[in-house]
Structure formats: C-alpha cells, structure tokens
Design a protein around this ligand. Sequence first.
Ligand code: HEC
Ligand code: HEC
Length: 219
Amino acid sequence: MFRAQCGACHGPGGAGGAAGPDLTTGTMKRGNSDESLFQIVSKGIPGTPMPGYGASAKEIWQVVAYLRTLSIGKAAEQAKGNVERGAALYTQHKCGGCHELRGAGGWLGPSLDNVGAERSIGHLYAALREPNSDVAPQSWRLRGKTKAGAAVMGVRINEDTFSYQYRDARGLHSVAKSALSEAALVTESAMPSYAGKMTEAEMDDLVAFLANCRVGGGR
Ligand code: HEC
Ligand code: HEC
C-alpha cells in the first residue's frame, strides 16, 4: 500500500522523494504520536500536497504501523545527545524505580533492555514528554478485588476469556476472572511526564542513552 499510494512522493522506501519529505528519520515534524500520524494519513495536511487517504481505519492503522517500522533500529545513530550524561540522568531521575535495565530495577514499566532497537527516536521523546499519548495494551493495569476480598493490582500482561495474567512486585500471576468480584483496566500511563522537568539538552542526553539500550551492540 505504501509503495503504491505514498512512494511516488515519499520514495519507494520512504526515505524522501521528489515531492515528499523523508519519513525514516524517526521524528515527524507534524507530530510523533500514533494519533497524529493517523490524522495525517487519513486527512492529509491541508495547504500542502500531502493528500488525505480515504481508506478504512484498519488500513490506515496498518499504514501507521508500517511508518513506525521505517525508523526502527536507527535511534542510536539519530540521537544527538551525550550517552554518559544520559546515563547519569537515568539514575538521578530514578527511572529504575519502575523500569528494569540490565538485570536491575522495578516492575511497573516495561524493561528498557532493548528499547533503543525496538523504538524510533520520535517514540522515545514522546514516551518521556507525553507518556499518555501511546500506552501499549501490555502496559495497562489491572485493578480488582477477589471474591475473598483481596486486592489484585498489577500490569496486565495478557488476558483470555477466563483469566488475567499480570505482573506485580512479586512476579507473574494468573487469576481466574470467575474469582474476581471487581476488575477494571487502567489505560493511563503510570509514568509521569518529564516535559519541563529537565532542559531540552538533558532530554537529548537521556534519549541518547535510551537509544543505545540494545541487546547486543548497545553500550
Ligand atoms: C502528492 C505527494 C504525496 C503523497 C501521494 C503522499 N504524501 Fe505524505 N507528504 C507530502 C508532503 C509534501 C508532505 C509535507 C507537508 C508539510 O509538512 O509541509 C507530506 C507529509 C507527510 C507526513 C508528515 C511528515 C512529518 O514530518 O510530519 C506523513 C506521516 C506522510 N506524509 C505520510 C504519507 C503516507 C503514509 C502517504 C500514503 C498513504 C503519503 N504521505 C502520501 C506529500 C505526499
Ligand atoms: C512511576 C513509574 C515510572 C517511572 C518513574 C518512569 N517510568 Fe517510564 N514507563 C512507565 C510505564 C508504566 C510505562 C509504560 C506505559 C507508557 O508507555 O507510558 C513507561 C514507558 C516508558 C518508555 C516507553 C517504552 C516503550 O517500549 O514504549 C520509556 C522509553 C520510558 N518509560 C523511559 C523512562 C525514563 C527514561 C524514566 C526516567 C526519566 C522513566 N521512564 C520513569 C513507568 C515509569
């Protein structure tokens, strides 16, 4: 779909063409969240040659997912900050209280061991500035109560018709839905926004550190 509909302007691999900008740099100047990409692809950018694309929501999400893959794995080379200073900021801001990295850290957030290989640089900035813009369903939290009255709280890793699998400070658990008297999913991020809590240069350093968190080949 991308090659047929977008390649003529953005180049067949998305790296920029005669009539459209490079989409592989990892930072979209019109917005980095999945929502803003969805809007751009479905409605176009008024006043520019970028057309809206009249496809089903499902097809548009597929194009957005494809756009994301164009910049994955390139975050480290695109980062402009200082990795060592970023490492110090990671410690100073206690990110490890929620995230596991290299065998140590908390459980509430996802492991960051390979985040530099899995995420684009735009996603890393968005994760720090607006954590709520894009919370993966694997990070939603289960908040419930068993029929016996015990609180159930953790990160919902998975769910099927009959049970929830979730993670808390003690590890992985599975609970039958029939054993719960209450269950709600919290879809907001548990992560605070760091916008305004550090300078832009510090944000660049922290992103450079994250971009270099890669299993095999990271620093
Ligand atoms: C007729 C040429 C043309 C076609 C076809 C086209 N685009 Fe664009 N696109 C542009 C131009 C020009 C811009 C830059 C507009 C601006 O910001 O001034 C743009 C911008 C974008 C942006 C925003 C980039 C940024 O940095 O914020 C995205 C994302 C995008 N296009 C995706 C697509 C996708 C996906 C398709 C196919 C479904 C597509 N475009 C088809 C010309 C095109
Ligand atoms: C209170 C707990 C908490 C703290 C403190 C915290 N995070 Fe997070 N973080 C989360 C949770 C939960 C998520 C998953 C939900 C989301 O995407 O916002 C997350 C997501 C992320 C992501 C996106 C991961 C991905 O694969 O999409 C990155 C990157 C990240 N955090 C980095 C950091 C950094 C760097 C710090 C310190 C400056 C930090 N976090 C502090 C809880 C936390």
